[in-house]
Design a protein around this ligand. Sequence first.
Ligand SMILES: Nc1nc2c(ncn2[C@@H]2O[C@H](COP(=O)(O)OP(=O)(O)OP(=O)(O)O)[C@@H](O)[C@H]2O)c(=O)[nH]1
Ligand SMILES: [Mg+2]
Ligand SMILES: [Zn+2]
Length: 285
Amino acid sequence: MKGFVIYRKGPHLGIEVDGKVYLSVPKSKLKGNIFVGDFVEGEILDDKNFRIEQVLERKNLLPRPKVANVDRVLVVFSYKQPDLDPLHLDGILAVLEKEDIEPVIVFNKKDLADENEREKWLNVYREIGYEVIESSTVTGEGLERIRESIKGYITVLAGPSGSGKTSIINSIIPGLELRVQEVGKHGKGRHTTTDIMLVKNPDGGYVCDTPGFGRFEITEFVKYDEFPKLYREFRKFKCAFPDCTHTVEPACGVIGNVHPERYRTYVILLNKLKEVKVERFHKGT
Ligand SMILES: Nc1nc2c(ncn2[C@@H]2O[C@H](COP(=O)(O)OP(=O)(O)OP(=O)(O)O)[C@@H](O)[C@H]2O)c(=O)[nH]1
Ligand SMILES: [Mg+2]
Ligand SMILES: [Zn+2]
């Protein structure tokens, strides 16, 4: 019998079979290798319980939140409250590039945005070729486009705390009413739970809302040597050296040819990763 893992709550997994959800506590040898979004093979034991026998091959695994078989990631950032942080955004985009998961960038809280700033960020990311949707859960703008872009897919909403992820899901799926943060309470270190749940989208597919990461460290997910290939628009340019880091090398095609905002975050993130590499080298790990 084939099942689909739709939630994790502590040691418990929720397995959906034919629209009904069963409980499963996987055996220890399977435990660390089953994630929400996985398809599993197993048996219905009784009215409430399912025994997992094996995990079927997954097409990808989003590293945080740990969700398997993800079709879409909506990377939700607000223009204001909190301010758009391009370093955080570009870090997430690089991780998705590595995992080969196509993002849709959502710039939320358009109602609070400053016109010049809006244009600037829109241009930066649209020019690269990313799909960018502007939205506001206050005016309703952009919500229809978001609804269209997630239907039928397993979609994860990621992004900083307070950007409006839960508000967007609540506006798109009426009656769901996931809990929204009170204004002013969002911020760093509030992320308390590793529980993950996929919510059925009435338009088809599933949506996963997770609390934003106060701190997202690129160093957890990416290595220094792979990073120069993870800014997708940089790959259009030819460099003299195939392993060019686009910093000090002669005849680098990237330097001076990409958007200065993107180049700025690139250098900061690259340096962070370099520190970790040097540290590891000294520790011999
Ligand atoms: N002005 C304005 N406020 C919004 C908008 N969307 C959400 N908010 C408010 O922003 C605050 C945070 O919204 P949430 O939906 O809880 O944000 P979140 O991304 O789910 O935050 P975490 O769960 O902490 O990661 C709430 O007070 C919302 O009412 C918007 O488009 N415009
Ligand atoms: Mg939320
Ligand atoms: Zn280069």
